[in-house]
Design a protein around this ligand. Structure first.
Ligand code: TSB
Ligand code: ZN
Length: 624
């Protein structure tokens, strides 16, 4: 990108782009900006030459320090990545841990202080082979360089020489503001049959402020990670004995699940959805009929053989819903028919991709299939988009983007019918344009049966994932031979919209935990109120009375009558992100009132119990 674009992009949170006469808007994030069709503009590390060079030099500096500490160290490659650098190192039998990093950092600082120049020199391939003859990794690299006449560059700083294309800073002194971040194992050449090397990650900046800001950002992301919050607040757990990607909701998590269920079903019922319950597995024939077998098998758990039949855990609920629609004859007047389900689905997600509640192998979708006439597609789609916006407003979400997900070039992944795809994609594009929605287009992100409107969000650790989705499908009605009777008594095919507003309860929970940093709104909080009697001998009875009054109103209360100091119990209530902490002491008891503190505030407010209850019920009702 031109310098102009970079400057602009840095200034704007949103990036605008004119493509085929349409204006696209895309949330701009600090490191990369995905425009359309996979064009990625990298700023910061990739675009800033100096930072690039600096991080590269810092990788060499780290390698030199490692060599000082571990004389048997052999080095593979040390590239600059989007946020810093890493180096893959063979340390024999030694497996590094994070505890080894401070010593390496210390040695790096010593080298910086020594302040050697970084000097480039060029040698022939033959000389290089001789120079690195004891280093199989370098020999591997050199051997793959073009031909005998290639000149190879090396960089030397003090007692350390590394093969490198460069460019580098002039002296190691420049690498003053660095930090080693983590270590991990990495197979040589990414092949699990090869030796596991030690990969050390680090980052380097031109000044202390940038480094500190970056480290603070990393720290914030770590604290916002739903896996940490989910553990701290006892929301879910995983255990390898159960299996990868199979989280278990603890009592607190199950309350969130139930509240979300009540919430979304209530909204859906109001606008004409009917909910059903269908089994989470089905005959393979069902998925052969739907097309999942041809296009989605790799994402499914393997077949179970039962008697003479074959069954699979379902990856989606659509086939079941198609048959529910087909169970009755429908008139054009009955449409749209909206069949919703909290459908339990199973997908064989790659083990490296599963992540807490964000990407699981057993999930529960907030799913629905809408059966509509062709002339109702636009209106029904608009209703789904409005429902999404309505829900996001209740949750105060505003960090998301709309993506029109289209078919990609790998045609075998998608149902093969060019005409159907063109029709669906054009129709969807028109619907979105008519809705004046800001969206960008992405190829190879469609479902196998049709294009989608996806709502993309960013997780704390930077994953770009889909939350809500609404999909246009001409295929499944065909495959299941669905019909309705039109006004002339003729059979017609309905169109299907697949949609999930919360996506899955799993991913939604992950997202809301990260958005709120665990401080959930009152209506969703597992424990809504913590009641603390100052002194059990005097105040316990009244505290219990308050507890019961709240409980009778359906409010989730925890009476903390442990023999601990008030300050300690209050702090714990804050750590557990409980929305309101109620303190009961002499004053409250005598005046028949309570004093409360709202999470995040230091103000203590004294009110009557009636006032408090009415405040709470009002807040709950309005999803505050
Ligand atoms: C909307 N048949 C449609 C349905 O009718 C469907 O299954 N669409 S989907 O494949 O896009 O999944 C729906 C939603 O589930 C996604 O938008 C996403 O929010 C969520 N989801 C998908 N895979 C996972 C997963 N592995 N873990 C958690 N949530 C997931
Ligand atoms: Zn579906």
């Amino acid at each position: 990108p031109s310098e102009e674009i970079c400057t602009l992009a840095n200034k704007l949170e949103w990036k605008y782009e004119m493509i085929n006469g349409h204006l696209y808007k895309r949330l701009y994030n600090k490191f990369s900006c995905l425009l359309k069709g996979g064009v990625t503009i990298m700023v910061n590390f990739k675009e800033d030459e100096r930072l690039n060079k600096l991080n590269h030099s810092c990788a060499h500096l780290m390698a030199q320090a490692v060599k000082h500490l571990y004389s048997n160290a052999k080095f593979w490659v040390g590239p600059v990545v989007e946020s810093g650098f890493y180096y893959d190192i063979d340390l024999g039998d030694k497996t590094l841990t994070e505890e080894d990093l401070p010593a390496i950092e210390k040695e790096m600082k010593k080298i910086i202080k020594d302040g050697k120049r970084i000097v480039r020199h060029e040698i022939s391939k033959e000389e290089a082979l001789e120079m690195f003859k004891d280093d199989p990794y370098k020999i591997d690299l050199i051997s793959r360089m073009d031909d005998e006449s290639t000149t190879i560059s090396c960089y030397t700083q003090g007692d350390f020489t590394d093969l490198c294309r460069g460019p580098h800073m002039e002296t190691v002194k420049s690498c003053k503001y660095f930090k080693l971040l983590k270590v991990s194992g990495a197979y040589w050449k990414n092949d699990k049959n090869n030796k596991m090397l030690q990969r050390i990650y680090g980052v380097c900046f031109t000044n202390e402020e940038d480094l500190n800001n970056y480290l603070q950002e990393l720290e914030d992301a770590k604290n916002r990670d739903h896996r940490k919050i989910g553990k701290d607040l006892k929301i879910f757990m995983t255990n390898d004995l159960v299996g990868k990607g199979l989280p278990m909701y603890l009592p607190n998590g199950y309350i969130i699940f139930e509240e979300l269920e009540k919430y979304i079903k209530g909204k859906e019922r109001k606008i004409g959805y009917k909910h059903v319950l269908t089994p989470p597995l089905g005959n393979v024939e069902l998925y052969k009929t739907s097309g999942h077998w041809d296009h989605y098998k790799d994402d499914m758990f393997p077949v179970m053989h039962m008697d003479d039949e074959e069954y699979v855990l379902r990856p989606m609920n659509c086939p079941h819903h198609m048959l529910i629609y087909k169970n009755e004859i429908h008139s054009y007047r009955d449409l749209p028919i909206r069949i919703g389900e909290l459908g339990h689905d199973f997908r064989y997600e790659a083990s490296g991709a599963v992540c807490g509640l964000e990407r699981v192998r057993a999930m529960c979708q907030n799913d629905a299939h809408l059966f509509v006439r062709l002339d109702q597609v636009g209106e029904e789609f608009a209703k789904v988009v409005n429902l999404i916006l309505d829900v996001y407003k209740d949750f105060h979400f505003d960090n998301y983007t709309f993506r029109l997900s289209l078919r990609g070039k790998e045609k075998e992944k998608y149902f093969d019918d060019d005409e159907m795809w063109d029709k669906a994609e054009n129709m969807l594009r028109k619907v979105l344009t008519d809705l004046k929605l800001d969206f960008y287009e992405a190829e190879d992100e469609a479902a196998f049966y049709g294009p989608k409107l996806d709502v993309q969000i960013k997780s704390a650790i930077g994953h770009d994932v889909t939350l809500s989705t609404c999909q246009l499908d001409f295929l499944l009605p065909e495959r299941f031979d669905l019909s309705y009777i039109d006004e002339h008594g003729e059979k017609q095919r309905p169109v299907v919209l697949h949609r999930a507003i919360l996506g899955t309860f799993d991913r939604f929970t992950a997202f809301i935990l990260e958005e709120t940093k665990g401080a959930l709104p009152l209506w969703l909080s597992p424990t809504q109120i913590c009641v603390i009697p100052v002194n059990n001998s005097y105040h316990l009875e009244y505290a219990k009375e308050v507890e019961n009054l709240l409980k009778n109103k359906g409010i989730r209360v925890n009476l903390d009558d442990r023999e601990e100091k008030v300050g300690y119990r209050m702090r714990e209530s804050v750590i557990n992100k409980i929305p309101y902490t109620v303190i009961i002491g002499n004053k409250e008891q005598e005046s028949n009132t309570i004093s409360y503190r709202k999470h995040g505030s230091n103000e203590t407010i004294n009110v009557t119990i009636e006032e408090f209850i009415s405040k709470l019920t009002n807040e709950i009702k309005n999803y505050k």
